[in-house]
Design a protein around this ligand. Structure first.
Ligand SMILES: Nc1ncnc2c1ncn2[C@@H]1O[C@H](COP(=O)(O)OP(=O)(O)O)[C@@H](O)[C@H]1O
Ligand SMILES: [Mg+2]
Length: 253
């Protein structure tokens, strides 16, 4: 069964960073094939993976509204287009959603697309969905279920509060979410005791489980500046060991 992992959290908290580190974790541990879905309209997961994007689902949806090539059904055409848009790498594929349709737009293209994505999903062990801020984006993605919702927070009292609110917001959205984890990112090391208390309270009083704390990392800053893929971060680097310990807690050894 395909396991769906979705990232949530305020803008700039580290969702895309966590998605890239998680993708490295899955590929290093042979938890593959994995599909990374960049569902941020301002796609940037590919940059952390040093991959070029040639097509997006948004672009395919536009093409579907036009004429089909002769002798092809809409289904065949779309399946072909989706496979062209998939960026295939060792152990994982990347799909970029691109620009969403305008608000309130109902179109058959969306339904076709959802159906094809559903079929595609069955090919993978894990699907990572890097999302933009706001849970309403997640509900637009037509995911059947979310096995793991990872809510990323900055290391502040208000950040932790926002993460809690996001966890509470998921109820009314009718998303089928199985487990919810809190990841506190970019934290000072060691973590101030007052912040640790806020985290403990948030976990005690909500459905959130604490996956762990990712410290602020010069290695990540350097990797981003150099433009090299996060997948190339050395396995024995501090940040990779810290991140992998967190993912071990969630996904088991
Ligand atoms: N643990 C960390 N240490 C240092 N810099 C980080 C860390 N996590 C994220 N960043 C930096 O913070 C910025 C925002 O992170 P990003 O993952 O793009 O956030 P989001 O996807 O939630 O908007 C990026 O420039 C990223 O390199
Ligand atoms: Mg992001």
């Amino acid at each position: 069964m395909t396991q769906v992992i979705a990232l949530a959290g305020k803008g700039g908290t580290g969702k895309t960073t966590t998605a890239a580190l998680l993708l490295k974790y899955l590929t290093v541990h042979g938890k593959t094939p994995a599909l990374a879905v960049d569902a941020d309209a301002n796609a940037n997961l590919n940059e952390l993976l040093n991959l070029e994007v040639h097509s997006t689902l948004g672009a395919i949806r536009k093409e579907l509204k036009g004429d089909l090539p002769p002798g092809m059904t809409r289904d065949q055409y779309m399946e072909m287009k989706i496979h062209q848009a998939l960026i295939e790498e060792q152990g994982f594929d990347l799909m970029v959603m691109g620009q969403p349709d305008g608000p309130g737009c109902y179109c058959a293209a969306n339904q076709y697309l959802a159906m094809t994505m559903d079929r595609l999903a069955d090919n993978y062990k894990y699907i990572i969905v890097d999302n933009e801020a706001g849970m309403e984006h997640l509900s637009r993605l037509n995911l059947r279920k979310i096995d793991y919702l990872l809510i990323v927070s900055d290391p502040s009292a208000r950040g932790i509060l926002t993460a809690r609110r996001i966890a509470e917001l998921t109820g009314p959205l009718q998303l089928d979410i199985h487990e919810q984890y809190l990841i506190v990112n970019r934290a000072p090391d060691p973590i101030p005791s007052a912040l640790q208390e806020k985290i403990d309270a948030a976990v005690a009083e909500s459905k959130l489980q604490l996956a762990g704390i990712i410290p602020a990392s010069e290695e990540l800053v350097g990797q981003e500046l150099s433009g090299a893929s996060y997948l190339q971060l050395p396995d024995d680097s501090k940040i990779i060991q810290q991140a992998f310990a967190i993912f071990d807690r969630i996904f088991g050894q």
